[in-house]
Ligand binder design. Structure first.
Ligand code: CP
Length: 309
């Protein structure tokens, strides 16, 4: 049994399938009139987000509460971090206050791994720099599997700033392990070298990449991580890599349009496309709660009987 969820690279296909199967059961709990089971009663979950978040932080809060855990979120900006307290000391403090799970997001890759080595509590990576965002990769895989029944043989196009995207990395690990064919597409300056080693197709022309897509994951243009010179003008980016209604219509009616959020509407995706019936962006948000419940449940060592309670 694992203590932590730090990445998807080290998970097997079977590990990922277990999370998705468990998330199916969690989603059933969320459809009930009383969306609460006693599984994690007496356990404490602490959210420690050094970077902004709406979806991930809120859905971990909801996931913990639906499993009856006590949930706390540290307001990092007004915590003793602002007095210079180190990450390790903050983690030890959170654990001393009784945390059984620490959910951490940080701008530097590897910080969740450091915290996992520091505390006995289970540590969940909620996004570390440009490295990974494992629960996003799991909920994206869950969302595609929910529609098609299986990922095997499905073609998923990931478009945008692959270089800076922890979502792209976690998606690639999850989707390829589950048998999907993954294509990535973006400006050459935003495609990291060595992508072919991940077993993905690499494109710089979106209109060449899209045909045959079962799902398209549109990545946010991460203006805060650009060092300059890597991105064409936003207008040019939008013209070459933006998803609009016209591009969506070339893919038929069954395609899934995805975006991990938050979206820059009018840049990487138009509002019209984001609100199209083919968009599953809000399903991704909803599925995030079920997947995070499943992760918490499995890390706590749970079995199916307890979840049914
Ligand atoms: N997808 C995602 O991580 O969104 P938040 O930054 O709102 O958590």
């Amino acid at each position: 049994m694992r203590k932590d969820l730090l990445d998807l690279r080290s998970l097997s296909k079977e590990d990922i399938e277990l999370v998705l199967d468990t998330a199916d059961a969690c989603k059933q709990i969320l459809s009930r009139s009383v969306r609460k089971v006693p599984t994690l009663r007496g356990k404490v979950l602490v959210n420690l987000f050094y970077e902004a978040s709406t979806r991930t932080r809120m859905s971990f809060e909801m996931a913990g509460k639906c499993l009856s855990a006590d949930v706390m979120s540290v307001a990092v900006a007004t915590s003793s971090v602002s007095k210079g307290e180190s990450i390790k000391d903050t983690a030890r403090t959170v654990e001393a206050l009784g945390a059984d799970f620490v959910v951490i997001r940080h701008s530097s890759a590897g910080v969740p791994h450091l915290v996992a080595r520091t505390v006995k509590a289970g540590v969940i990576n909620a996004g570390d720099g440009t490295h990974e965002h494992p629960t996003q990769g799991l909920l994206d895989a869950f969302t595609i599997r929910e529609r098609f029944g299986s990922l095997a043989g499905r073609r998923v196009v990931i478009v945008g700033d692959i270089f800076h995207s922890r979502v792209a990395r976690s998606d690639i690990w999850a989707l390829t392990k589950l048998g999907a064919r993954v294509a990535v597409c973006g400006p050459a300056t935003l495609l990291p070298p060595g992508l072919d080693q991940f077993g993905v197709e690499v494109h710089t022309d979106l209109d060449e990449a899209l045909p045959g897509a079962d799902a398209v994951q549109v990545l946010r243009v991460q203006l805060e991580r650009q060092k300059g010179g890597l991105l064409p003008s936003l207008q040019e980016y939008s013209r070459r890599y933006g998803i609009n209604r016209q591009r969506l219509d070339t893919l038929g009616q069954e395609v899934l349009l995805m975006h991990p959020g938050p979206a820059n509407l009018g840049v990487e995706i138009t509002e019209e496309a984001a609100e199209d019936p083919r968009s599953v962006i809000r399903d991704q948000v909803r599925n995030g709660v079920a997947v995070r419940m499943a992760v918490l449940y499995l890390l706590s060592g749970g079995d199916d009987n307890e979840l049914a309670g």
